[in-house]
Design a protein around this ligand. Sequence first.
Ligand code: GDP
Length: 735
Amino acid sequence: PRYKTVEQILALMKDRTRVRNIGIIAHVDHGKTTTSDQLLASAGIISPKVAGEALALDYLKVEQQRGITVKAANVSLYHEVDNKGYVINLIDTPGHVDFSGRVTRSLRVLDGSIVVVDSVEGVMTQTETVLRQSLEERVRPILFINKVDRLVKELKLGPQEMMQKLLGIIREVNNMIDMYAEPDFKERWKINPNAGNVVFGSAKDKWGFSVPMSQKKGIGMKDVIAAYTAPDKTKLNELAQQVPIDEALLDAVIRFVPDPVEAQKYRIPKIWKGDLDNELAKAMLSADMNGPVVMMITDMKVDPHAGLVATGRVFSGTVRPGQEVWLVNAKTPQRTLQVSLYMGQTRELAEEIPAGNIAAVLGLDKARSGETLLDVRFKDLQGSFERLHYVSEPVVTIAVDPQNPKDLAKMIDALRKLSIEDPNLVVKINEETGEYLLSGMGFLHLEVSLQLLKDNYGIEVKTTPPIVVYRESVRNKSQVFEGKSPNKHNKMYISVEPLNDKTVELIASGTIKENMEPKEMAKTLRDQAGWDYEEGKRIVAFDENLNLFVDMTSGIQHLREVMDTLIQGFRLAMREGPLAHEPVRGLKVVLHDAVIHEDPAHRGPAQLYPAVRNAIFAGFLSARPTLLEPIQKLDIRIPMEFMGNVTAVLSRKRGKILNVVQTENLARIMAEIPISESFELAGELRGATAGRAFWGTEFSRWAPVPDAMLGDTVVKIRERKGLPKELPKVEDFLS
Ligand code: GDP
């Protein structure tokens, strides 16, 4: 290892021709972890503080057990080529498809990737997935063909046959580059053994070489075979000293991965979701250290000593402690506290980190992974690295309960930390039952979170089976219904109707929101969503599930005094609809008239909440009530010949094919499927395609449960919740 001071590393970081940002990507088991470990152990853990400590990059037990990486870790390595020193930031990228959001997010901060392929197994489905994602983000791949020892020990190949096998893998990778790279990059980025952008070796046995390195050092496949057929390990150890794997890989990285200034020229147009002509984009395109700060946060970690640590790439400007920055997603300013750089695995304080580098920042506790951080002076310029969603809508929920009741407080704290590190995980408490509810983006997602809870916090939990969340809504407009308070002294006259799609969109995007100037809101709703202008001016409340409360009354005595109570009554009713106590979504509730008792003692919440609720629910039940179910979008890629099988699986599961694109012998199917049908989907798709399907999923939309299934679905939810099987009727709310 070569030891460096913070100042020396910072000097390299400012030069930027001396910086490389890379990740290692691979099919599971092909050797990503072993390769990372080798780079870490021998290529120079650059902080003197931790010299000698060779900690695994992939340090979580859960990952070792499941063979999937779920957390991103960052390390910086130091390496010299031609007597020049370089900083190589190695960013850990998770490999699993269910976390595709995370993979792409980490890819965004890389400029190059080392694609690891097992020499015996060759290119596998996940190799294709990660390579495709890498190319789609304009991250340049270099190839490491690992486990070459197996060709000798297991397949007993001679030098010629070995070369044939290795060239076959290179050809396959190049075919994929051909298929997935954009025209401008196709030829330039193809793997060429003679140029040196492919390394052959064994991560486990610590040796590796490219063709140019083999020529320079006079080492070839014959030596490899000799090393493995020798009676003892002497020759193998020599090989590892003559052609160490870290040297081979890092040389290739430095020579073939572009430096950040070069890379940002073509990467920003691909990854920046905003105007490319504004000052921010211009500064990023040239990686301008003196421009406004723009940084993408890829990772939030809870450090037991330091608090929340935000890690990400600085794309322009220079990050310093005490800077005021704007968080685009959180829509809030915050001040950076400490700024540090990675040396090996540890963080070292720094005065500044310039564009093109990876920085760790303290003080940004409102940020979450995927956040874009801007110089606060530029907050009004549009743009970020991710497209925004109003609320992430978790669609599967389980209740968790510690095995050991004494662990309750510990569990609550651990869940809170997990949900900070994983923005797709939502923790809530069921106020009636006191149960802790964990919601996520899918079945596997929740499973992995529970494993983390066990491994990192030592907490084992009991869980309920996963539950899909629904929403309640109506399809028609109701008449006006009278809702009475229990004392009969207060009366509400209310109608309900579904909000149109455009209105829902305007609320979801934040275009119309609470506390907006009523005239402006009315105008937007009239012009864009067909609202009556007067009605638009009279919206008095919003709720988180996109419902609106409109007050069309005039001159009602005491209404002003009780309006807050009525709004609260509206919110409570929206939280649990009459069908199955699921949240109501997309409802317009209109108050037309009211009678309110003059004595405050007779018009408290205990009287007014039920009055509001009775009128809303009577209207709701009369207006073709329905359940909305979450629908997932699927992006499936398969070899053509499996098209029929996949279509069959999808149609059995109420899936709908939206679009099919064919490229050469590959079919790409865009489809939608109800989440409630998706639990076994992974297995069935694998079965139907001999394991050759690969896919990504994301939440798509809420859609009405088909009429034929509505009754059954409602009854099942009611049973689960211990509600009477009998559905409430309009009259139940009219007494
Ligand atoms: P990952 O799932 O991609 O992170 O793969 P790992 O690094 O955990 O490696 C998977 C398995 O392959 C482990 O049992 C390693 O010991 C083994 N392995 C890694 N590199 C080599 C190699 O060069 N040769 C052989 N024979 N096995 C290797």
